[in-house]
Design a protein. Structure first.
Length: 555
């Protein structure tokens, strides 16, 4: 009898222990935070997009929205409780702040009515110009270790949540500071990459104010600070005590959203929860102007990261979710990133990425392929035959873009910045003949893939005529653009003497023909996205010295 009672007691204890979660974030297949953001072009009119509609986001399975930096309460608090002279009534800056506050309240309340959590991205550190001037903070306002800066930063955080009770948390951005739509504020941060001088003290302040005192959410973004250094990331992780309300935001790749950039080495390490950041209309790859399916590569791994698996390293967010309990959220940028164009009227390609990623985040055990096919069947009403054609088109875009604007074989040989937004400069290539010939062969393969995609786009029987038209036009758009890209690589090789000068006339003809077809496409099709610029180069941050066209004319 004693033995039987002992066995029953043992089994009871065993079952109780088995029921205790070892990590509360790993008990469900759904990520605890599924959030979207529309990244408007700084200084421009905001995007008109369905992804600003809370009902659309809710239908897709999102539980929250992150508003872009110029819709952050840090720009809209009035500072009256601190010092009425900071933003005096009747002044131009006070009128601007009050109008911004009214705009933000309206947008936040619309989101709340749909049961969505409201977050905002905030550039830290940022204060009104009058505050900085009045208290003599011109040389110290950007230093989180400065006592006066810390004082007003804590007040800023408290006032943001007090004056905007709809706010559930903030995404803190320290990589850059944009002031294009903030005429009465000044911002910046000193030593943004330094764990000891900036990251740890700033995160400590924010954790204390937001997570502990206010019981709100803090998402601390690592981009351009500790996102590429394992040592720095772990130093910060070890210095900051974990908190239920604290999550670290990390892009799925290092640096900007470039194909070929390494998969993030800081994902899956440290002690803190992590939310993964993904851009769905990538600024370096057309912004949705042409087919660019990235959800497969993000979830299951891009081919350029396959070597990581041979070293038993994580190469995708799908593997991250399987091997680590740290990933608890997904943060998509449904639209935006970068500057200016191209601009799209039809959100077909970004929506495909948004749908697959948001559905996967709701059930990370479901495969990307199953979700993709469900979208093709249920949302596009495609036949089984056309589902397969559509999937092939999408997957071909993944490979064609890598081969066409960078290099799979020599991932660091081509400067990724040679084309971005709506601009094209002259590509850089290595000097070795063999490597250049291999890179040119990749460009030939890319154009070949684009031609196959164009063929598929004409074969797929979409039920909606507008969708059918846009898929054809946007795929042709991609072909003509990548024809231009290929021509520029060949002309670069000719300029370097690797390809004989006698081939110049041929490639100049291909170049001109591609531009003609490209411009005609826009003239003949009203639903065509805006074009890349042939004669002007982006001067926003001095990345381009001259447009490719100017170099071509000098050849």
């Amino acid at each position: 009898m004693l033995t039987r009672k002992f066995i029953i007691l043992f089994l009871h204890i065993f079952l109780l222990l088995a029921a205790v979660p070892t990590n509360t974030y790993a008990q469900t297949n759904r990520l605890s935070t599924i959030v979207d953001m529309v990244h408007n072009n700084p200084g421009e009119k905001p995007y008109q997009t369905k992804f600003n509609d809370p009902a659309v986001l809710k239908t897709l399975g999102y539980d929250s929205k992150t508003f872009f930096i110029f819709l952050s309460p840090q720009l809209a608090i009035n500072w009256d409780a601190v010092d009425p002279d900071i933003l005096p009534m009747g002044s131009e800056d006070r009128k601007w702040v009050d109008a911004k506050a009214a705009e933000i309240h309206k947008l936040y309340r619309q989101m709340k009515k749909q049961g969505m959590k409201v977050y905002c991205m905030s550039d830290l550190i940022l204060f009104p110009k009058r505050l900085i001037a009045k208290y003599g903070m011109e040389q110290t306002f950007d230093d989180p270790q400065n006592p006066q800066t810390e004082k007003y930063l804590r007040i800023l955080i408290d006032e943001m949540f007090r004056q905007f009770p709809e706010l559930d948390g903030i995404f803190v951005r320290i990589g850059e500071t944009y002031l294009h739509d903030a005429p009465f504020h000044k911002g910046g941060i000193k030593n943004q990459k330094n764990p000891d001088k900036t990251i740890i003290p700033l995160m400590s302040i924010l954790r204390d104010e937001i997570c502990v005192k206010l019981n709100k959410k803090l998402f601390f973004r690592t981009w351009l600070s500790i996102d590429t250094s394992v040592d720095d990331y772990l130093k910060v992780s070890n210095a900051i005590e974990p908190h239920e309300n604290l999550t670290i935001a990390v892009k799925h790749c290092e640096g900007d959203f470039h194909r070929g950039n390494p998969f993030s080495k800081v994902l899956g390490i440290g002690m803190h929860k992590q939310i993964v950041e993904v851009q769905c209309a990538r600024e370096y790859e057309g912004k949705g102007a042409y087919p660019n399916y990235i959800a497969h590569g993000v979830i299951d791994g891009f081919e350029e990261h396959s070597w990581l698996r041979k070293e038993n390293k994580i190469a995708s967010i799908g593997e991250l979710r399987e091997k680590s309990t740290l990933m608890t959220g997904l943060w998509t940028w449904s639209r935006g990133g970068g500057w200016e164009g191209p601009y799209i009227q039809n959100e077909f390609w970004p929506e495909l990425n948004v749908y697959v990623l948001s559905q996967w985040a709701q059930n990370t055990k479901e495969s990307e392929a199953i979700i993709f096919n469900r979208y093709a069947r249920e949302k596009l009403s495609l036949s089984e035959k056309d589902v397969q054609k559509f999937r092939r088109l999408a997957l071909l875009s993944e490979k064609a873009i890598l081969l066409g604007r960078r290099s799979q074989k020599y991932p660091t040989a081509v400067n990724t910045w040679w084309t971005r937004d709506q601009y094209i400069s002259f590509p850089s290539i290595p000097s070795g003949k063999d490597s250049v010939l291999n890179i040119l062969a990749e460009k030939d393969e890319s154009v070949k893939l684009w031609k196959e995609m164009v063929g598929l786009s004409g074969e797929i029987q979409f039920k909606d005529k507008q969708t059918a038209s846009f898929v054809k036009v946007s795929t042709l758009y991609g072909l003509q653009l990548y024809e231009i890209y290929r021509s520029l690589f060949y002309l670069t090789a000719i300029q370097k003497g690797i390809i004989p000068m006698k081939e110049k006339a041929y490639w100049m003809e291909i170049y001109e023909k591609a531009w003609k077809n490209y411009t005609n496409l826009a003239q003949e099709n009203p639903d065509c996205p805006t074009l890349y610029d042939r004669d002007v180069v982006r001067r926003q941050q001095g990345q381009f010295s001259q447009p490719a066209e100017l170099v071509v004319r000098k050849l």
